[in-house]
Ligand binder design. Structure first.
Ligand code: ATP
Length: 224
């Protein structure tokens, strides 16, 4: 049975970086479905310049419309308040058949702050992760690079010293805990912060977000 990927984020707004890395992971891990899960309120980011949850959800729906194996979940938005991923993971795992592998997908920037997430230790008992590289680490994110060393140090000092890197699998494994897969996605130098800054400066965001998202932003006058 093929697995599913849980891809949470602020998606403020969804951009082509999100879509491209999600597609690469979906294909690379033969996932049946990637769930894009926008948060209601991000615990780690301020609310300045945060578009309304309904707008972020609408943009996501427009962005994934017609895209095979991509689905939007409004679970966190319906829950309201601060969105804690652990609650989302637990809820998804309850809904899914036990045999169906479930992966948490996140960028390396998000992973390197993982110790600040609510009850972060529990994730490593309940769900394998797919850690996706981002441009700051790419294209030379290999075992030898500073980025890879930082990741190893982070995993072994902040998460659990029992994790060991297995090069053949490009994965950190632990005798009792869930594996942490690295996935070297083709670098996509796009961030939502950069997009919001371009809009504020009156610059075009064509080619950074899907056309339907660009139209939505312009029509609603978001991020100006
Ligand atoms: P912001 O710039 O507002 O912080 P963002 O572009 O990082 O936003 P988020 O919604 O916070 O977007 O990201 C959700 C997840 O997607 C995070 O795990 C993040 O690391 C990952 N991600 C976002 N953009 C990329 C990208 N270009 N390449 C790889 N991963 C990405």
């Amino acid at each position: 049975m093929n697995g599913i990927g849980l891809f949470g984020g602020t998606f403020n707004p969804i951009h082509l970086g999100h879509l491209k890395v999600a597609r690469a992971v979906c294909d690379g891990f033969c996932l049946d479905t990637v769930y894009f899960i926008p948060c209601a309120q991000p615990p780690h980011k301020g609310t300045e310049n945060l578009a309304d949850a309904g707008d972020r959800l609408s943009m996501l729906k427009a962005a994934v419309a017609g895209k095979a194996r991509f689905v939007v979940s409004d679970m966190e938005i319906r829950r309201q308040g601060l969105s804690y991923s652990i609650d989302t993971v637990v809820a998804f795992k309850k809904k899914m058949p036990l045999a169906r592998p479930c992966f948490l997908m996140l960028g390396i920037d998000a992973f390197l702050e993982f110790h600040t997430w609510k009850t972060y230790e529990i994730f490593f008992d309940v769900i394998p992760m797919i850690i996706m590289t981002r441009p700051a680490e790419s294209p030379a994110f290999s075992r030898e690079t500073a980025g890879a060393v930082a990741l190893k140090t982070y995993i072994q000092t902040r998460i659990d010293s029992g994790y060991e890197y297995v090069p053949e699998k490009d994965c950190y494994v632990h005798p009792q805990k869930q594996p942490l897969y690295l996935y070297h996605v083709p670098p996509v130098p796009i961030s939502a912060t950069g997009i919001r800054a371009r809009i504020r400066r009156g610059e075009s965001i064509s080619g950074l977000v899907p056309p339907a998202v660009e139209n939505y932003i312009l029509k609603k006058g978001l991020y100006v």
